[in-house]
Design a protein around this ligand. Structure first.
Ligand SMILES: [Zn+2]
Length: 350
């Protein structure tokens, strides 16, 4: 009940509108997908093959029953809980509506009170910690190369940048987080590259799993008790802005925007993402990652994503934006998009 009320308030529906009814499935609070489509004024679209798709002029949302994938404008997200079929109707978890769907479909509602003043760039690993290595690439070196390019682009555009490291030195995860946490009005972008099976490839972006959800990348019993960083919505908006541009620019496989409880994400108090720019362990991608032109593409996508995020969410106009919005009709106009253009042909791009 309490969650229901928080949910109603969070998505801006009049409390009198009882149609956001909660249905408990497997111990998780769910809401009807039909109600969600209606609330966001999304209507049936032809979308991704094999998916049920709804959309408006800015977005096409695609889902599949019993699956945890969720696509917006053909970019992949991993829901905290799968879509469920229940008494012949489809349901999505309430926390996914609040912490993923709403900030992604209506990023302009998120406007933070304080403008983003500094970008903290964190090239992962370094020094004796090489990160992932392969015959084609050393992760720590790739992370730093992309990070330094990103720094140059941001500074050229007039943004203030703090690097957790600018050379090949080792820092603990705690030291990296401490730098971001003591930098006021900052956002945190950790840059990594992946390693896995030889065939594995593609880009993925991690944000902290919201409090109370389980994370496939959490390894402790504290999973459900660990706090979110109070930036769940900002995290997903920042991830969307960066990830979508990186996929579009590199045409790499989209492994999705995923939730995790990596320690670097758990203790940070700023909007934060951990970006994985490809697999050093994949012969083809590993070679690409070692080229200056590919690193340039990655840095440019992250740069453009950060700028789009700041323009949409982090420009400090939050109070004004909140006060001018009308509520209570049970349905609110969809906002603009912070995706880097759709990879799905036929949808409108912003
Ligand atoms: Zn790494």
């Amino acid at each position: 009940m309490l969650l229901g009320l928080i949910m109603l308030l969070a998505v801006g529906v009049s409390a009198k509108d009882t149609s956001w009814e909660m249905t408990e499935i497997g111990g998780v609070k769910y809401v009807s997908l039909n109600r969600m489509w209606k609330f966001y004024r999304l209507s049936t679209k032809t979308g991704r093959a094999g998916c049920i798709s709804y959309g408006d002029q800015h977005h096409v949302v695609s889902i599949r029953p019993e699956k945890q994938d969720f696509y917006v404008n053909n970019y992949r997200y991993i829901l905290s809980y799968p879509i469920r079929r229940h008494h012949d109707k489809l349901f999505i978890s309430a926390i996914d509506v609040k912490k993923l769907v709403d900030p992604v479909l209506r990023p302009t509602r998120l406007k933070s009170r304080n403008a983003v003043k500094t970008i903290v760039i964190d090239p992962g690993h370094g020094g004796h910690d090489a990160g992932a290595t392969s015959p084609w690439a050393r992760e720590a070196t790739c992370n730093l190369a992309v990070g330094l390019k990103l720094k140059a682009k941001l500074e050229r555009a007039g943004y203030r940048v703090v690097m957790t490291r600018s050379t090949d030195v080792f820092l603990t995860l705690g030291q990296r987080v401490a730098i971001a946490n003591r930098t006021p009005d900052s956002i945190f972008v950790s840059i990594h590259h992946n390693s896995g099976r030889r065939a594995a490839s593609g880009i993925e972006t991690f944000t902290l799993a919201p409090q109370g959800t389980t994370s496939p990348f959490a390894r402790t019993r504290l999973n459900d008790e660990l706090q979110g960083n109070e930036q769940d919505s900002e995290n997903i908006a920042l991830a969307t802005a960066v990830h979508s541009r990186a996929i579009k620019s590199t045409k790499a496989i989209d492994r999705g925007i995923q939730r995790a409880r990596f320690s670097v994400l758990c203790t940070i108090t700023r909007p934060a993402i951990l970006f994985e720019g490809g697999f050093v362990s994949n012969p083809e991608e590993g070679r690409l990652i070692s080229t200056d032109s590919y690193r340039e593409k990655l840095a440019n996508s992250i740069y453009e994503g950060i700028v789009a995020y700041i323009r949409t969410v982090g420009n400090g106009n939050g109070l004004k934006a909140r006060n001018t919005r009308t509520m209570g009709s049970g349905s609110v106009q969809g906002g603009s998009s912070i995706h880097g253009g759709s990879t799905y042909r036929g949808t409108t791009r912003l």
